[in-house]
Design a protein around this ligand. Structure first.
Ligand code: DP6
Length: 333
């Protein structure tokens, strides 16, 4: 096979990757735990062209049209393709087309789904076997650590060991273990002002960085146990505290980073209000202003209705735990 198409989903971290020991190789300073989603996905087609040359990187439109990617986007993909080729032991160039099925201007990070799809499709295009650990390492070669988790479905921890170039994510539980919903309350659809990369770099300057790391083994254990026991209260409390810590570190970094918008606080307020009304619902945020609201399916409609009434919410994406990447015969070219 010289052409393959993969579909991979974004993920939401309950324990965040924030701060790196090696940014280029995306080697973190702490373990992270996430849930892979099912609706916010990237579809990517990769064709291996055996002759040497420039990679061709295109973006697919809804109508099947293909346009040239911007130079910055193409450069990031080309860098990952070169790393993948080296790891796969192949030569030549690649033609790539990619599309996000979630609104691209939704303010939802697409690097995890994008690089997981690229690694999966490229591996299949050159006819090599899928192997979970290897795929996680390959996705991480993009420089996006969260991509290392999106190559697996369900509940995922990364890494087993830190300070290890072979660091790879592994699955804690499959998606069938616990059907959790993630309602993404979009309060700002613009690109974030400070990249995660800069955030990782600046994190170490925060006086709270070490403090969070010191408390993390306990929080990690709580999250592992609560996933195993399907205990939403324990998971939600830990995940919400973790998200606040991430933003506390960002805001106290030098120079400081403010990802929150007024809408972020409005959604957090509504989530707390719902809890007072007896609803089991919790919030977490990645490096951006949008809020991922976590609940079980029985509460999904009630939570969606409440979030829909928050004036600052410009879009609500209803997502759920998902199965991880898959290959598809529906190629983009
Ligand atoms: C806050 O370096 O993986 O989302 O490639 O932009 O997704 P992107 O960033 P990456 O850092 C992720 C930071 C985070 C927390 C997390 O997903 O663990």
């Amino acid at each position: 096979m010289s052409k393959a198409t993969a579909i991979a989903a974004a993920n939401i971290a309950f324990i965040k990757y924030w701060g790196a020991q090696d940014l280029d190789r995306a080697l973190p300073l702490n373990q992270s735990i996430s849930m892979t989603l099912s609706e916010c996905v990237t579809r990517t087609t990769v064709e291996h062209l055996p002759e040497e040359g420039e990679h061709l990187i295109q973006l697919a439109g809804e109508e099947g049209d293909l346009i040239q990617a911007t130079p910055a986007f193409a450069a990031r993909i080309a860098h990952h393709l070169s790393e993948l080729a080296r790891d796969l032991g192949v030569e030549g160039a690649f033609r790539v087309a990619t599309i996000n099925t979630f609104p691209s201007a939704a303010g939802i990070a697409s690097s995890a789904s994008g690089f997981a799809a690229l690694a999966t499709a490229t591996t299949a295009a050159v006819g090599q076997e899928w192997d979970a650990s290897r795929m996680s390492i390959r996705a991480r070669l993009s420089g996006s650590g969260s991509a290392a988790r999106s190559v697996l479905g369900g509940y995922v921890e990364w890494p087993r060991e830190i300070k290890d170039p072979e660091s790879a994510a592994h699955q804690l539980a499959g998606p069938e273990h616990w059907e959790l919903c993630d309602l993404v309350a979009v309060v700002d659809a613009g690109a974030k002002g400070v990249s995660s990369r800069d955030g990782h770099r600046r994190a170490l300057s925060s006086p709270y960085f070490r403090q969070r790391l010191n408390g993390l083994p306990r929080r990690l254990e709580t999250v592992r146990r609560s996933i195993a026991a399907r205990d939403l209260v324990a998971l939600g409390e830990a995940a919400e505290a973790e998200a606040i810590d991430l933003h506390l570190i960002a805001m106290s970094s030098d120079p400081p980073i403010f990802y929150w918008r007024p809408g972020t606080l409005a959604v957090l307020e509504r989530v707390r209000g719902l809890r007072h009304e007896g609803c089991a619902v919790y919030a977490t945020m990645d490096a951006g202003p949008n809020v991922h609201v976590i609940c079980e399916p029985e509460e999904e409609d009630r939570v969606a209705a409440a979030l829909g009434e928050v004036h600052e919410v410009i879009r609500l994406i209803r997502d759920r735990v998902g199965p991880g990447p898959r290959l598809s015969e529906e190629h983009l070219f």
